[in-house]
Design a protein around this ligand. Structure first.
Ligand code: KIV
Ligand code: ZN
Length: 416
């Protein structure tokens, strides 16, 4: 428990630089990784997973530089359950203020038989030996039984018990394939915490993938079942369909704090800046309708919504744009906008229409709006000045716009 009596803490583990970076097309060099790590420190995450040091000399160096520089957050890196990997992790992160070794070894029969070619007993023995070895180097060792979401539950409980007894300080339950339903995943976490002997000596964490779009829901179910650390990434990037999105889970905790009674240490005002930095350095823009950080997350386009927001933001906004570091929400003028938004925008531009001009200007606005994705301030100035549209003025067909697929298709049909 922290601060207020009835509020307890969820610790945020960011794996943007490991799981996020390992997905195709998201590669980051050492300088970019360090830049993002500095921003994650500002954001206030509790743990930064810097990489997978055995994978390449470049990643080893990135992890070493991050561990050397970052203060205030635990720095961890990933190892398979083999000594060479653990040695590489330790060599890379031992200079960190608070280092942690993260070991992953499968727990599902699918993985044990088809990937590892081992028996359950062999996996338990290997895992326990490697946890004990890692503990001989470092006070903090996280054990991730990979593919826990598809594992036999009794065997998962046994695994967790043995790894805690061997010295694991954090047990991370991954839904590696994004397979679980929220009720199932919550049940798995609840059962493990309740039944694994020694669970009171470990911190329980979860790591969810988004293959069926349930990563955030599964993470939330796990928190409700007692997990107090969550692994997530900025913009939800990660292997295949990605990981739990940090900004979504953090804003969920913030917006619904009254119901959940949970808090975390993230400074939400740094969310937009962090999201944009990751998008820029990975070269992967965020989809416009992405929750919290998408370009449309605080944009209102339809007349009904615009009218409601202009009367009171509470009508359609459950969080303030300022809370995630944006200046304001956006009222976007489109063919679905209404008069209230049209006149509001003219007012912001300092434009006053003469008596009797309002209806003609509105009709002109609708004509233009039907030809474009967004009516700009420049268009509004022309409308107010009574300039004709269409003769010599740009239309959707004329405006070069890489996203204007309708215009592209028409251009193709007309000109071949
Ligand atoms: O998806 C997964 O299981 C992982 C582990 C390393 C936690 O990324
Ligand atoms: Zn993962």
């Amino acid at each position: 428990m922290t601060k207020e009596a009835n509020v307890d803490r969820v610790f945020i583990f960011d794996t943007t630089l490991r799981d996020g970076e390992q997905s195709p097309g998201f590669h980051l060099d050492a300088n970019s990784k360090l830049t993002i790590a500095r921003q994650l420190e500002k954001l206030g995450v509790d743990v930064i997973e810097a990489g997978f040091p055995i994978s390449s000399p470049g990643d080893f160096e990135s992890c070493r530089r991050i561990a050397h520089e970052i203060l205030g957050a635990t720095v961890t890196a990933l190892a398979r359950a083999v000594k060479e990997d653990i040695d590489a992790v330790w060599a890379a992160i031992k200079e960190a203020e608070t280092p942690q070794i993260h070991i992953v070894l499968s727990v599902s029969d699918v993985h044990i038989e088809r990937k590892l070619g081992m028996t359950r007993a062999q996996v338990l023995k290997r895992g326990a030996e490697m946890v004990a070895y890692a503990r001989s180097l470092c006070d903090r060792v996280e054990y991730s039984p990979e593919d826990a979401g598809r594992a036999d539950l009794d065997y998962l409980v046994e695994t967790v018990e043995i790894m805690i007894a061997a010295g694991a300080t954090v047990i991370n339950i991954p839904d590696t394939t994004g397979y679980c339903l929220p009720s199932e995943f919550g049940g798995i976490v609840r059962r493990v915490i309740a039944d694994a002997r020694g669970s009171e000596n470990a911190l329980f964490s979860v790591h969810c993938h988004n293959d069926l779009g349930l990563a955030v829901a599964n993470t939330m179910a796990a928190i409700e079942a007692g997990a107090r650390r969550v692994e997530c990434t900025i913009n939800g990037i990660g292997e295949r369909a990605g990981n739990t999105s940090l900004e979504e889970i953090v804003m969920l905790l913030a917006v619904r704090q009254g119901t959940l009674g949970l808090e975390c240490g993230v400074d939400t005002k740094e969310i937009t800046r962090t999201s944009r930095l990751v998008a820029e350095l990975t070269g992967n823009p965020v989809q416009p309708n992405k929750a919290v950080v998408g370009a449309n997350a605080f944009a209102h386009a339809s007349g009904i919504h615009q009218d409601g927001v202009l009367k009171d933001r509470l009508n359609y906004e459950i969080m303030k744009p300022e809370d995630v570091g944006l200046d304001d929400s956006r009222i976007v003028l489109t063919a679905r906008s209404g008069r209230h938004a049209f006149h509001h925008r003219l007012g912001l531009l300092g434009i006053k229409l003469a008596d009797g001009e309002a209806e003609a200007a509105w009709q002109q606005f609708l004509k233009i709006a039907d030809t474009k994705r967004e009516v700009t301030d420049d268009d509004l100035r022309k409308i107010a000045a009574g300039e004709p549209y269409g003769n010599g003025h740009a239309t959707a067909l004329d405006v070069p716009n890489e996203h204007n697929h309708v215009a592209d298709t028409l251009r193709h049909m007309i000109f071949g």
